[in-house]
Design a protein around this ligand. Structure first.
Ligand SMILES: Nc1ncnc2c1ncn2[C@@H]1O[C@@H]2COP(=O)(O)O[C@H]2[C@H]1O
Length: 308
């Protein structure tokens, strides 16, 4: 959820930037319109003088009308990407790949410090959507300071990472690079150059962010739906429910697992989504634990953790 919020924040910044650019373009459009009017007036004046001097009515030397400038199409600054309903309609393209390539990309994502915390489903979708690309030795794959648009996994060859004049490292197959600019919405932090002919897998920013947000937002609406179905939470206002949904994390336990041990410090509040939980209490160390109750879907426990 942290990632989702980061992305939402970054998106808001971009939207604000677009709005500012839009208003600058509007001002410039207005200025251009005024200049267009002036040119049209001068053109008419010129035509009038020509007609007066030639008396023949010939159009030979008539300057054709300037084509009308096409008005800029307004950029929608609506945060549509935050609407789960619309996000589900973004088409993500799958690229076929061998089992070895799938394995390599999968492992590369799991080994990457910034990507390894993604959910299993997100990682699978990224694997599906990565497309192949090849570059020759000496090519600049990424230029420091550029706006980044692709995240790569190296499958064959070797690349070198440099910052300014300084060589940072070389990267071998099975590694992710180019993730920072996309994850943190910043410019490229280093230059990456192909030391040999290379084969890469790549995913673009839009695809990557769609996968991140779609999963997060779908999860969020599923959690909201779940919370609304829990009688104890039904009276909570939407914004409070939404905050609870933000911090919910799904955890799975097998039959017989202990979730909370009596006497342990509690730091987690649980709501049962599926299955049943047995609550027992041991009155003294030489007594058997006493059965208190069985809890099921919608019941909650561990509320002491919320009180700190
Ligand atoms: N110190 C470093 N060591 C290894 N890789 C780096 C280092 N600094 C930057 N990179 C990689 O080089 C990439 C350049 O583009 P990004 O900033 O998008 O992502 C960067 C990382 O993947």
């Amino acid at each position: 959820m942290g990632t989702l919020r980061d992305l939402q924040f970054a998106l808001q910044l971009k939207i604000e930037e677009l709005r500012q650019r839009d208003s600058l373009i509007d001002e410039l459009e207005l200025e251009l319109d005024t200049k267009d009017d002036l040119i049209r007036q001068l053109q008419t004046e010129l035509d009038r003088h020509r007609n007066a001097s030639q008396h023949t009515g010939s159009t030979e030397n008539t300057v054709p009308d300037e084509p009308q400038r096409t008005k800029r199409q307004a950029i929608s600054a609506e945060p549509t990407a935050l609407d789960p309903a619309q996000l589900t309609h973004v088409t993500l393209t799958n690229y076929s790949k061998s089992e070895e390539s799938r394995e390599l990309i999968h492992r590369a994502l799991l080994e990457n410090e910034f990507m390894k915390h993604l959910e299993q489903g997100q990682i699978q979708t990224i694997v599906d959507c990565m497309h192949p690309t090849r570059l020759a030795r000496g090519c600049c794959v990424i230029q420091e300071g550029d706006d980044g648009s692709l995240v790569y996994v190296l499958e064959e060859g070797k690349v070198e990472v440099t910052k300014g004049e300084q060589k940072l490292c070389t990267i071998d197959p099975g590694k992710v690079f180019g993730e920072l600019a996309i994850l943190y919405n910043c410019t490229r932090t280093a230059t990456v150059t192909a030391l040999t002919d290379i084969k890469l897998w790549a995913i673009d920013r839009q695809g990557f962010q769609t996968i991140m947000m779609r999963t997060g937002l779908i999860k969020h609406s599923q959690y909201m739906e779940f919370l609304r179905s829990v009688p104890s939470f039904q009276l909570l206002p939407e914004d409070v429910l939404s905050k609870v949904a933000d911090v919910l994390e799904e955890t799975h336990y097998s039959e017989g697992d202990y979730i909370i041990r009596q006497g342990a410090t509690g730091d987690t509040f649980f709501i049962i989504s599926e299955g049943q939980v047995k609550v027992t209490q041991q009155k003294s160390s030489n007594e058997e634990p006493e059965f208190l109750t069985t809890l099921s879907r919608g019941d909650w426990f561990g509320e002491q953790a919320l009180k700190g």
